[in-house]
Design a protein around this ligand. Structure first.
Ligand code: SF4
Length: 433
């Protein structure tokens, strides 16, 4: 039995790096410091697991050896005119880099789950930049915390205890040293522990942010309420923001996916920029999958764009709304797909899923999923951060090395090795080897 300390949890964008995991005979038997999600991921990592490669033959998935599955996957991708490669948020930065290489090699479109979550954030920050900082700075310095359209007590369970109101920082020692504001459409669990709760009407965040910017400039708001919020409350919040020493705005899908989308984020960035005339203020998106930020960062290094990239012309084209996986699939334009560590059949719109299933489908995933059950090729993979190492990027952009602490099932390889195998085979097929 061995206990590993300082392990990084591969579940959400907090990437908590203080987990203690005990492993006995290659299996995880005990986890300390993790939240409920973390415990579930570690302790159930072998539940509903795929342990052997599968290929569809005569409408049945049959067990094959790994080289045969890799050959079939490579053949599907090299024969396709316009394959879609989707997922990439729950794997390592190293595997994501190989994914970009693969997409370029086969002239396909590559997209990560950002296109259905914080896509508007990345669009806005490409236009305006993001006034951010590290979570460590928030922990040590922030005296005003705002969660907007985000409910960390149910989505990122240790965010508040590690980095914000429950954290013991260098200069902010306790809950009394910080003020918590929640802006949301309903009184969430997080709102119940807030000092101020601002209830905004659904899809009217842009108006509320604009009113706040007016209040900062002491401009007259000629209405009694904006977005359902009394003007006195807006002015009080503006005063609170201007008078803090270090403010941090954390925002979630309640802001990115409500009406206005990237324009909401434009407005929020402008608000934070305005606030920096009076005080120090930063903003950080609450990223979901543990390496969705890494997917954006690696896509950017290689192509200049963070998601929804089309290589069908031989160079990267970025047009979210046209080149994102949901759009390509909904229009029925692709003729094959590779899905990695994601389950689009469980959450994409119906038409996109129907078209996904019409064409050859490859899935690389540790678990059985709705998507894998309909795939033509299924290749089981090791869990990054549990069974193999790799790099992930925390929600604040800090890269963290993930460790392999347990054994994957016999013969199961990391995503990186599987992708290298497919890429090598595609190149061999193309060059007629
Ligand atoms: S908050 Fe996120 S990263 Fe931290 S332990 Fe929970 S699931 Fe893991």
């Amino acid at each position: 039995m061995e206990t590993f300390t300082g392990v990084t949890c591969p579940f959400c964008g907090c990437l908590c790096d203080d987990i203690e995991v005990t492993v006995e005979k290659g299996n995880i038997v005990k986890v300390k410091n993790g939240c409920a999600y973390s415990l579930t991921k570690y302790l159930n990592c072998n539940r509903d697991r795929i342990t052997t490669p599968l290929i569809r033959e005569n409408d049945k998935q049959v067990v094959v050896e790994l080289p045969a599955a890799i050959e079939r996957a490579a053949k599907i991708l090299s024969d396709a005119e316009y394959p879609v490669l989707y997922g990439w948020s729950s794997t390592s930065a190293e595997a994501i880099g190989l994914g970009i290489e693969l997409a370029e090699e086969v002239g396909g479109a590559i997209d990560n789950t950002t296109s259905v979550c914080h896509g508007p954030t990345t669009e806005a920050l490409q236009e305006l930049g993001l006034p951010g900082c590290t979570l460590g700075q928030v922990k040590n310095r922030a005296d005003l915390i705002i969660y907007w359209g985000s409910n960390p007590l149910q989505s990122h369970l240790r965010h508040m205890s590690r980095y914000t109101i429950g954290a013991e920082g260098r200069w902010r020692k306790s809950r009394d040293d910080r003020t918590l504001v929640v802006v949301d459409v309903r009184r969430t669990y997080t709102a119940r522990v807030a000092d101020y709760f601002i209830q905004v009407e659904p899809n009217r965040d842009y108006e509320l942010i604009t009113a706040l910017r007016m209040a900062l400039r002491h401009e007259e708001i000629e209405q009694e309420r904006v977005a359902g919020v009394p003007v006195e409350d807006i002015e009080e919040l503006a005063d609170l923001m201007m008078s803090c020493e270090f403010g941090a705005l954390f925002y979630g899908l309640g802001l990115t996916m409500s009406s206005g989308k990237n324009r909401n984020i434009d407005a929020a960035i402008s608000l934070v920029r305005d606030l920096n005339r009076w005080t120090k203020f930063v903003m950080i998106p609450m990223r979901g999958h543990f390496n969705v930020n890494g997917a954006n960062i690696v896509f950017l290094w290689h192509t200049g764009y963070p998601f929804a990239i089309d290589f069908s012309h031989g160079y990267p084209i970025y047009a979210p709304g046209a080149t994102s996986a949901v759009d390509i699939l909904s229009r029925g334009e692709s003729d094959a797909a590779l899905i990695i560590s994601s389950d689009p059949a469980a959450n994409f719109p119906r038409r996109a899923v129907e078209n996904l299933f019409k064409n050859p489908l490859i899935v690389i995933d540790p678990h059985r999923t709705v998507t894998s059950m309909r795939a033509d090729v299924v290749i089981p993979s090791a869990f990054v951060g549990i069974e193999c190492e790799g790099t992930a990027y925390r929600m604040d952009g800090v890269p963290i090395k993930m460790r392999g602490i347990a054994e994957p099932p016999k013969g199961v390889l990391p995503d990186e090795e599987i992708l290298k195998g497919i890429l090598t085979e595609i190149r061999r097929l193309k060059r007629g080897g």
